[in-house]
Write a new protein. Structure first.
Length: 214
């Protein structure tokens, strides 16, 4: 279960994925590679209005989603435009395909590296975490984040190094960071994301919103 703090703009979907084998044993389908390009014919398309609405979502708590702190989907957009967006692993690649074309930031963490209870809420002033192997950290004050018992571990900009997926990952938690100003979009992106994972033989289960099992 995940506790979601009240928020006037947030529409979040969270689901668990159980892979049949570890990620380093899964071959990413060749059909996914073209989907990491802006030229791909995809189920969803992003635009400037979606990017503005997502920035407004992250800005609500006082965070400034600009520059190096822009939403993750915008990083993907730039990387795809520069033809530097390549495969990582099945869990991350599925996330990146859907995030790139939907315009919604998505977090994916190794569920076995988290410690319950899990919740989504705003980070407090001064909170930060390390987001890459070299030890760089980011100030997450006022930013919507996923928290476990040990602190913040993911957000719509950069996920924590502490809970990132790796070759031996078998269980993941995905958070699709959507806005209620984009009716139905978060659910549509989540459905597509789960279908991609299901094609790999993975089993997914929606944790939030409760009762949505499409």
């Amino acid at each position: 279960m995940i506790d979601i703090a009240p928020h006037p703009l947030l529409e979040v979907y969270a689901f668990r994925t159980d892979f049949p084998v570890s990620l380093d044993e899964i071959t990413v389908p060749e059909a996914w590679q073209p989907l990491l390009s802006l030229e791909a014919t995809a189920r969803m398309q992003s635009d400037d209005q979606i990017r503005r609405i997502i920035r407004d979502l992250l800005r609500h708590g006082g965070f400034k989603p600009t520059g190096r702190s822009k939403p993750a989907a915008e990083y993907l957009l730039r990387a795809a435009g520069e033809h530097t967006l390549g495969p990582i692993n099945a869990a991350v690649d599925a996330c990146n395909v859907v995030s790139l074309h939907s315009g919604l930031p998505i977090s994916v963490v190794d569920l076995d590296l988290t410690t319950p209870p899990l919740r989504v809420g705003l980070a407090t002033p001064g909170e930060s975490y390390v987001f890459n192997p070299s030890g760089q950290s980011m100030d997450i004050s006022g930013l919507l984040c996923l928290f476990d018992a040990d602190g913040p571990c993911a957000n719509a900009v950069k996920d924590s190094q502490r809970t990132k997926t790796h070759g031996r990952t078998r269980k993941t938690l995905s958070i699709v960071w959507g806005s209620n100003q984009l009716p139905g979009r978060t659910q549509q992106a989540t459905q597509w994301y789960r279908e991609l994972l299901g094609n790999l033989g993975a089993v997914t289960a929606v944790l939030h919103p409760a009762g949505d099992c499409q």
